[in-house]
Design a binder for this molecule. Structure first.
Ligand SMILES: Cc1ncc(COP(=O)(O)O)c(C=O)c1O
Length: 389
């Protein structure tokens, strides 16, 4: 073999069958081959297991899918290149012209955009209510056939809690699928409810390092089977290297999430007692209007703490600029604490009535609590909230 040939066919290093790597290798390969055309054909007919082309599947991304399915308590999972890809591909694969979607004002902005603008162009209609309006949900589901109900809990940014048992019961009675974007609550929560499809951004708590993007759809095997072909055609595949980084991040998921929740609770209590703060939105606080529901549904209350400053937009702006440890950046769930103000969160396309439902006011600030020592976070909040001298 000449050297130009050899570099394209490097030596193989097979592991002896009794010798294992403790961390699975990254299958950084697009293509897989079988020993013969016949075996390739058998694979393509679904008559044997294996891998063929990484847009459809790859052992590293598959390992991540199997782990996430187990964490969320469902039979199967598909991972995607971002959280938004998980949402858009799921919506495209589950709906057709003439279908109706029930969604909520408090939903993540890009999800609302996807439903209103993108699916709207393909003749999918929607109704948007407040997540607190269960009577409205019942009324809408009774008044027209609905393909799916898409919601989040806790909501962004003011951490409203969806009544998951009531929503799934109403949807099921109406023959609608429930789709829960469970990014804020994490993979270990809400699995006991009768939700059909869970969506996650892996960009957040799964990786935990803020250096990789990904998304996941977790559901019963028959739903995932239905989605798999369309996902392959839509093409927002997760790269195996990204899957490896996310698998690595997941090793510390529980300790990170719980440590961040403990700090979030301390931050929420600190803010609730601060004279510059009008209102704190954190489901772990007894003062949260849905604390009892949150306590019944969740083991951990999340790492997002929002609050309204008494002195409105100017105070929020000054506070965000004065913070030293909290970075002025979007996203959540990674090791560094983050801050965003209402200017970066408001849904500009919402009507005045919908803005009111969203409960984001000019002085609203959202904190994403990271893994720093909580004393340092409290000291930073104290100096940023102190009156100007
Ligand atoms: C609730 C929720 N869903 C989905 C996403 C989208 O995830 P990604 O940024 O990975 O596309 C985000 C991102 O902030 C989010 O907060």
């Amino acid at each position: 073999m000449k050297k130009p040939t050899r570099v394209n066919h490097p030596p193989e290093v097979p592991l002896p069958s009794d010798n294992h790597a403790l961390v699975a290798p990254i299958y950084q390969t697009v293509k897989f081959e079988f020993e013969s055309l016949e075996e390739t054909e058998r694979f393509l007919r679904g008559a044997r297991p294996g891998f063929f082309y990484a847009r459809s599947s790859n052992p590293t991304t598959r390992q991540l899918e199997l782990l996430l399915a187990e964490l969320q308590g469902r039979g199967d999972c598909l991972v995607t290149a971002s959280g938004v890809a998980a949402i858009s591909q799921t919506l495209l694969a589950l709906t057709k012209q003439g279908d109706h979607i029930l969604c909520f004002v408090e939903t993540y902005n890009p999800t609302r955009y996807l439903i209103r603008r993108l699916l709207g162009r393909f003749g999918v209609t929607h109704t948007m209510l407040s997540i607190e309006d269960l009577a409205g949900v019942e009324r809408v589901l009774a008044s027209q056939p609905t393909r799916l109900v898409l919601f989040e809990s806790p909501t962004n940014p003011v951490t409203k809690i969806a009544d998951i048992a009531a929503l799934t019961r109403l949807a099921q009675a109406a023959g609608a699928l429930t789709v829960l974007d469970n990014t804020f609550a994490g993979f270990h929560q809400h699995g006991g409810y009768d939700v059909d499809v869970f969506l996650h951004s892996l960009t957040k708590y799964a990786s935990g390092a803020g250096d990789v993007m990904g998304g996941a759809v977790i559901a019963r095997p028959e739903i995932i089977r239905q989605l798999r072909t369309d996902f392959g055609a839509l093409g927002a595949t997760l790269d195996p290297h990204a899957a490896f980084l996310i698998l690595r991040g997941l090793r510390t998921y529980f300790v990170r999430y719980r440590a961040q929740c403990r700090s979030a609770m301390q931050v929420a209590e600190f803010l609730a007692a601060h004279p510059a703060v009008a209102r704190v939105h954190y489901p772990g606080l007894a003062s949260h209007p849905q604390h009892a529901l949150a306590a019944a549904q969740m083991q951990d209350f999340g790492t997002i703490v929002s609050f309204d400053l008494k002195d409105g937009a100017a105070a929020a702006r000054r506070f965000a600029d004065r913070l030293q440890l909290f970075a002025l950046a979007v996203s959540l769930g990674s090791g560094e604490s983050l801050v965003v103000t209402s200017q970066l969160m408001s849904g500009r396309e919402l009507s005045a009535e919908q803005q009111k439902i969203s409960a984001v006011v000019e002085g609203t600030v959202r904190l994403s609590i990271g893994l720093e020592d909580v004393d340092d976070l409290l000291a930073d909040l104290t100096q940023a909230l102190s009156p100007e001298t």
